[in-house]
Design a protein around this ligand. Structure first.
Ligand code: CP
Length: 314
């Protein structure tokens, strides 16, 4: 592996990562992925305890971080919101400082408030990894998405076209992907209903906004579908789920508008029958479960690099 460039104790967003740091992380993730199936463990987090604070539900991210931590030989401490003293009004800072006082060496956090991970990263002297903060950022999701694209299309993604379709307005996945993809020279199209795709996003270099589904699908190398997030919608952005599905849901007929070799991605959880029909989610174009596997490798890489930096080894 070429020289590793990484300057962060924490992984809280994509914006603050340089192009070289992205390459370092992907190269490290490739090394870790090559070990899958061999039962090999790495020592990065031996004698370290990783605390997982998930203050919002999660299946993929939480599980992938736990598997990744174990693969790096960590011990795990799991904090559950509903059974913690957070229910008695304890602040996030106090919770984190108490856990730190017990000797925890890294915190993985999902929180409903945008900026919560950055805040904690300033408060704590140990690595903090953002597992999703409100509608702001989901950096490891974007990293695993890019890792999957690189596996499929090759490491140089310049000139590739990725369409992100759906609930862009409320999506931390879309925000992190916009930064991650454009940093690698990918041409990004944001598509969906006008109410869910702010026109101003088209002012970001490398990004265009389209409200015509046919045009958004036609030249894409990959179509990344986003879940319609009922839980974050404070106002009605479209009349009904049926309406969304009839205009933007991806079924066989619409998938046929894509290039034959184009792939389908989804961060999960899928609303089957809403943004994506099962025959496409489970069909030959889908790389959705590869994304999940790659989530373990990428998270191992993030935890590994942040730990080495914090301990002065990078
Ligand atoms: N993609 C993703 O963040 O899934 P979870 O909410 O299940 O973690």
């Amino acid at each position: 592996m070429s020289r590793q460039i990484w300057h962060h104790k924490d992984l809280v967003d994509i914006e603050s990562l340089s192009r070289e740091e992205l390459e370092t992380l992907f190269a490290q993730a490739e090394v870790f992925k090559a070990s899958f199936g061999t039962r090999r463990k790495f020592d990065t987090l031996k004698n370290h305890t990783v605390g997982t604070f998930f203050f919002e539900p999660s299946t993929r991210t939480r599980s992938a971080f736990e598997v990744a931590a174990r693969n790096l030989s960590a011990d795990l401490l799991t904090l559950n919101e509903s059974t913690s003293s957070r229910t008695k009004g304890e602040t996030l800072r106090d919770t984190a400082m108490n856990i730190r006082a017990m000797g925890v060496d890294m915190v993985i956090m999902r929180h409903s408030a945008a900026g919560a991970a950055s805040y904690l990263a300033k408060v704590l002297d140990i690595p903090v990894i953002n597992a999703g903060d409100g509608a702001h950022a989901h950096p490891t999701q974007a990293l695993l998405d890019s890792f999957t694209l690189r596996e499929h299309f090759g490491r140089d993604l310049r000139g590739k076209k990725v369409t992100i379709l759906g609930d862009i307005l409320l999506s931390r996945v879309a925000r992190s992907n916009i930064y991650c993809l454009t940093k690698q020279g990918v041409e990004v199209t944001l598509a969906g209903p006008t109410t869910l795709v702010p026109r101003e996003f088209g002012n970001i270099p490398g990004v265009r906004v389209l409200y015509d589904l046919k045009a958004a699908l036609a030249d894409a190398d990959a179509v990344m579908l986003l879940r319609i997030q009922h839980e974050r919608q404070t106002t009605t952005h479209f009349p009904s789920l049926n309406e969304y599905t009839s205009l933007f849901g991806i079924n066989e007929e619409r998938a046929a508008l894509m290039k034959p070799e184009a792939i389908i991605m989804h961060p999960g959880p899928i609303n089957r029958g809403v943004e994506l029909e099962s025959e496409i989610a489970d069909g030959p174009r889908s790389v959705i479960l590869k994304q999940v596997t790659n989530g373990v490798a990428v998270r191992m890489a993030g935890m590994h690099l942040c730990t080495l930096f914090r301990e002065g080894q990078l």
